[in-house]
Design a protein around this ligand. Structure first.
Ligand SMILES: Cc1ncc(C[n+]2csc(CCOP(=O)(O)OP(=O)(O)O)c2C)c(N)n1
Ligand SMILES: [Mg+2]
Length: 602
């Protein structure tokens, strides 16, 4: 994720050792695979996953035993979660930082059902997660009365097939071993995504007749890299080299600093204006003179759309919604160069592939692999006069405590520490927090499933533990309330994290939707809050956080209390705590988001 240094590596080892000391089982003296689930556990270890987030269930009691008593709860180590949705969200957040899958295990059908929204989020976010599930014995003669029957479905994978890359229900230990290796290989191959392996309880619990022949797991998971085709690179370089005012749309890219620097070099080589998106992680320095507009959740800003209209060439680095952005920049005559492998994932169930974009040159490779090749093809150039347009320094309006005040004071309290925003609330204003490193911001929940913020933040904090980078998540109160128990997992495994709640005591996003409907129907917009406000009684969010083992502060209602409270919370995190700050913010979104959600025309 970041460049290793001896100091960082030492910190990382200490961090890993801290977690490894938790939940140590007694040595069992078992050192050879004896059961089907021991083989599955060996395969999981061979994938290289360090952790498996889980909520237990009898359908995988065989595997559970193998992880504890055969592997000794190490590589992978179990991370107990209080809900399957947070188990998957934690794996999601972890992979957002590392780019690599960790594992999650969920009980047969009901556990998987609980996890589905989080799996969908990871799918839409193109994040790898290896999910192990189970089913009551497929052989009906082996089922216990009632429970094994209700927890057996004939095609459990169908529950998640529309939003996983691959799934399987292997029928033997040898097949399970291969399925787990394949699941990790497919999940971690771009375009990344979750995979699901359903382990039959009967297969897990059956004694092995004889040891399985050894395999070379690494050769079964070969790294896959597809180079951009030379001809397409040549065409793209010609178009871009001739363009006077190209635009680069920076979309789904990795957390690699090297790739980040290559994107900056490309933009400077072309003197291209660069647009970024807050739905995905930081992709370009947002206070670079070439960066244009403010990233928002819904659409490119008016400045960015204007730049697209006047551009001769638009280069999309896997922009999330290229078709939509081009429609919004109506009237653009720009040639479009698209760099993406996302089409390899599109299926008939989920429409998260979004509108079909008109493209002139399509480069079927990842932006990370393509940008350096494109730079080389462009060759050196006279330095351009870099477009000016440095963003004005950000100042929140008014004297009521808004999310903008929260952001500005949080930034002040963070100061010069390296920090990762692991999540932001829907009310977040992209202008309030510049990104200068690929780990400064990790992107959204992917699938718009509310409740993911706490779990994603815990998973990201796990991956960042020992990195020297302070993990800070900002969640809406609705998001926090749906996912709060993920914090217990962070507290139990000593994963430091600061979570700030932008608490407007409302599912406010939907107030704006009701306002829009009221406007369209000429009905009173004053009623937009009914069925949305989370008050009377106000929920004591800090107590909910404390109940999970976190240190908590708030509710904070005065702007002047923000910085001192954040400073205390950061000190607690630096001492190893999970700290939560409940900030009472005025209901309201950034002006651009409100304008898009409640257009006067309906
Ligand atoms: C699981 C789920 N349920 C409902 C929604 C619809 N929804 C979208 S945003 C939102 C409000 C979220 O509230 P909060 O996190 O407090 O953010 P706010 O809009 O108040 O800033 C809701 C209910 C959703 N996207 N996902
Ligand atoms: Mg809210």
């Amino acid at each position: 994720m970041t460049e290793p240094s001896p100091k960082r590596a030492a910190r990382q080892r200490t961090a890993d050792a801290d977690i490894a000391a938790i939940d140590r089982p007694l040595p069992s003296g078992v050192n050879a695979a004896q059961f089907g689930s021991d083989v599955a556990a060996d395969a999981l270890r061979a994938t290289g996953v360090d952790y498996i987030a889980l909520n237990p269930g009898a359908s995988y009691r065989g595997l559970h035993d193998s992880l504890v008593n055969y592997l000794g709860n190490t590589r992978p180590q179990m991370l107990l979660c209080l809900h399957e949705e947070s188990a998957i969200a934690i794996a999601h957040g972890y992979a957002k930082v590392t780019g690599r899958a960790m594992a999650a295990a969920v009980h047969s059908n009901v556990g998987l059902m609980h996890g589905t929204m989080a799996i969908f989020n990871a799918w839409c976010d193109r994040v790898p997660v290896v999910i192990l599930g189970a089913t009551g014995p497929v052989d009906a003669a082996k089922r216990r009365p009632w429970i094994d029957w209700i927890h057996t479905a004939s095609d459990q994978g169908a529950l998640v097939r529309g939003y996983t890359k691959w799934d399987d229900q292997p029928a033997s230990p040898a097949a399970a071993r291969e399925a787990i290796l394949r699941a990790a290989w497919i999940a971690n191959t771009a375009p990344c995504g979750p995979t699901y392996v359903n382990l039959d309880a009967g297969m897990q619990e059956a004694k092995l007749d004889e040891p399985l022949p050894l395999i070379d797991a690494q050769r079964l998971m070969p790294p896959v890299a597809s180079a951009p085709p030379a001809q397409a690179i040549e065409q793209a370089a010609k178009l871009l080299g001739d363009a006077k005012q190209p635009v680069i749309l920076c979309g789904r890219v990795s957390r690699s600093l090297e790739a980040w620097n290559a994107r900056v070099a490309l933009a400077e080589r072309l003197n291209a204006r660069v647009v970024t998106d807050i739905k995905v992680g930081a992709s370009f320095p947002t206070d670079h003179p070439l960066h244009i507009g403010v990233a928002s959740f819904l659409a490119p800003s008016p400045d960015a759309l204007e730049a697209m209209r006047t551009a001769e060439v638009i280069l999309s680095l896997d922009w999330l919604e290229l078709g939509g952005a081009l429609k919004q920049a109506a009237g653009t005559n720009a040639k479009v160069v698209q760099i993406s492998v996302d089409h390899q994932l599109h299926n008939g169930w989920s429409m998260d592939y979004l509108g079909l974009p008109p493209v002139d040159v399509f480069i079927a490779a990842t932006p990370d692999a393509t940008v350096p090749v494109l730079l080389e093809a462009l060759g050196p150039a006279k330095p351009h006069a870099v477009a000016s347009g440095n963003p004005p320094s950000f100042k929140p309006d008014g004297d009521k405590l808004t999310v903008d005040h929260l952001a500005v004071c949080l930034r002040r309290a963070v100061g010069t520490r390296p920090c990762a925003l692991t999540h932001v609330s829907l009310s977040w204003n992209g202008a309030s927090w510049p990104f200068r490193h690929p780990l400064d911001y990790l992107g959204s929940d992917g699938g718009g499933g509310v409740g993911a913020g706490p779990g994603i933040s815990v998973g990201a904090a796990l991956a960042l533990k020992g990195s020297g980078r302070l993990p800070v998540g900002v969640c809406g109160d609705g998001d926090f309330l749906m996912g709060v128990t993920a914090l217990w997992t962070a507290a139990h495994y000593k994963i430091p994290l600061l979570l700030v709640i932008a608490n407007n005591r409302s599912f406010f996003n939907d107030e704006l939707h009701q306002e829009r409907v009221a406007r369209m129907r000429n009905r009173p917009i004053e009623n937009r809050w009914v069925g949305q406000r989370i008050s009377d009684p106000d929920i004591d969010l800090a107590s909910m956080a404390r109940a999970q083992g976190a240190t908590a502060y708030g509710p904070v209602s005065a702007i002047s209390d923000l910085i001192p409270t954040f400073e205390k919370a950061i000190a607690a995190v630096e001492a190893g705590a999970v700290a939560v700050v409940d900030v009472r913010v005025e209901p309201g979104y950034a002006a651009a988001m409100t304008a898009l959600m409640t257009p006067k025309s309906g």
